[in-house]
Design a protein around this ligand. Structure first.
Ligand code: NAD
Length: 493
């Protein structure tokens, strides 16, 4: 199509593939039954790609290849330093291609290009971090002098099944691939079906870095088909899953007959709590970024803002004004702050919450399609004030650029509001009272708390949620723990 400048036109990257295939045992292959599914770009919503649609038979082939590489290949037996060298080369290759990766990711997912670039760099950093960590890894040893020596013999587990969502696809894949591979496992990755493009680059990156054949396998496909087959496969002892809480519950049940190791990073409805003594300007800036970056499609989004009554009106006014200044635009434009949501089905979901919100709260910014964008998956940054805690937009994860603001009078009320949802992923607290900041952090149901701080995370810290937001922790050595057996060896002296 050659109508330049129309908002409906996606910026199309050069050399865009029109099909992507599975990667099994070192080869790019189609599904055994030849099936494919359509992938749309979120600006034009036209099909630009057909991806192989994995079946149980394809998953079986991929698991067999991964199992062979685990049992016969060098990877699990290589020294940590040798594996680390390969993973550092992976990081080098990812870094050297960050602009291309960001361009493809932004095109496929609708993420703003500047943010997609940050995610590509974070992916490289994940590999570097776990490459270093696995070399530095020390394991426990205990001795009873003259009697006994006990030590931990850490071993890779086998074929790890990795199932990932569409919101920051490549980065979240790296978050699982890095530690799974560093510890000597082999893998089968099932990326999200909305965004398979960047995942199709991994095979080339790993080959260039010298990863042995069969260690990395990828099956594209639908969650209920390829994802489900991976979860139920008897030769996959580990499943690391990031996605919706509802899907996590299903996977938990379906993995139960095999007693698999499970790591679950699930949904969120995280509170940002603003006390009257906070630096309001910093709080407004950070809470705007906290819910509108990554198009609001962010698990740790601060999507409920709780504000102390004495500054409530001022906060709402400043917040709404700033939300209206957030730049919505085409994903590839470096000035864009909110791009296009991933898929029309997701836009329908987000828009349905916008309509629900109009009956539950007071709309102070956005509320639908932004002006000037008649087509494409655009949603204006939307702010509801005076949202009661029983509102659906207070309780349910929307996963888009929509935020609910609610007033509170006391610290105890703020804590009750913060904890009054089924989720517990992140929490953000804004106050200049040191005691209150820490007390609140200790009381809040959240796996991660940021005090007077943006969502910035050191890779050594635990990552994970409580309640419906997840099960288990990854991050730093906790990821190493998840992907390894710790065998206790006892010697009588
Ligand atoms: P989703 O649960 O719909 O899908 C995630 C992945 O699971 C996809 O690859 C999908 O194909 C697969 N899947 C779906 N059904 C399956 C099944 N029955 N068996 C096996 N696999 C199946 O989630 P999504 O819509 O892709 O992602 C958005 C969700 O992810 C949000 O809830 C968000 O909060 C969450 N998320 C959490 C984190 C975190 O770290 N806690 C990070 C990013 C996203």
């Amino acid at each position: 199509d050659d109508r330049p400048g129309a908002p409906a036109e996606a910026h199309v990257p050069a050399d865009l593939p029109d099909r992507v295939r599975h990667h099994i045992g070192g080869e790019d292959v189609d599904s055994t039954d030849g099936g494919t599914f359509d992938v749309l770009d979120p600006v034009s919503n036209r099909t630009y790609l057909r991806a192989a649609r994995g079946t149980a038979a394809d998953v079986d082939r991929a698991v067999a290849a991964a199992r062979r590489a685990f049992e016969e290949g060098p990877w699990p037996r290589m020294l940590p330093r040798e594996r680390s060298r390969v993973l550092h080369r992976v990081a080098d290759v990812v870094e050297s291609r960050d602009a291309r990766l960001a361009e493809l990711e932004s095109f496929d997912s609708g993420l703003p290009i500047t943010q997609a670039l940050g995610q590509a760099r974070r992916a490289a950093e994940n590999f570097r971090f776990f490459a270093d960590l696995v070399v530095a890894q020390a394991d426990d040893a205990f001795k009873v002098p003259g009697r006994q020596l006990n030590y931990v013999n850490r071993k890779p587990i086998g074929v790890a099944g990795l199932i990932t969502p569409w919101n920051t696809p490549f980065m979240l894949e790296s978050w699982k691939l890095g530690p799974a591979l560093a510890t000597g496992n082999t893998v089968v990755l099932k990326p999200a079906e909305f965004t398979p493009l960047s995942a199709s680059l991994w095979a080339g990156i790993f080959a260039e870095a010298g990863l042995p054949t069969g260690v990395f396998n990828l099956v594209h496909g639908i969650g209920e088909e390829a994802g489900d087959a991976l979860v139920r496969h008897p030769d996959v002892p580990l499943i690391s899953f990031t996605g919706e809480s509802r899907t996590g519950q299903l996977i938990f049940a379906n993995a139960a007959p095999h007693l698999k190791g499970l790591s679950m990073e699930l949904g969120g409805k995280s509170p940002a709590v603003v006390f009257a003594d906070a630096d309001l300007e910093a709080a407004v800036d950070a809470t705007i970024f906290g819910v509108f970056s990554l198009n609001g499609e962010r698990c740790t989004a601060g999507s409920r803002i709780l504000v102390e009554r004495s500054v409530y009106d001022e906060f709402v006014e400043r917040y709404a004004a700033q939300a209206r200044r957030v730049v919505v635009g085409p994903p590839h434009d470096p000035a864009t702050e909110v791009g296009a949501l991933v898929h029309p089905d997701h836009v329908d979901k987000v828009m349905s919450y916008v309509e629900i919100g109009k009956t539950e709260g007071r709309l102070v910014a956005g509320g639908g399609r932004p002006d000037g964008f008649p087509t494409g998956n655009y949603v204006a940054p939307t702010v509801f004030a005076d949202v009661p805690p029983d509102a659906r937009i207070f309780q349910e994860e929307i996963f888009g650029p929509v935020v609910a603001i609610t007033p509170f009078d006391t610290e105890a009320e703020a804590l009750a509001l913060a904890n009054g949802v089924r989720y517990g992923l992140a929490a953000y607290v804004w106050t200049n009272d040191l005691r209150r900041a820490h007390t609140f952090a200790h009381g809040v149901d959240a796996g991660m708390v940021w005090l007077n701080s943006n969502n910035v995370r050191d890779l050594r810290t635990p990552f994970g949620g409580v309640k419906a937001s997840g099960l288990g922790h990854e991050g730093g050595y906790r990821s190493i723990d998840f992907y390894t057996h710790q065998q206790a060896v006892h010697v009588t002296l």
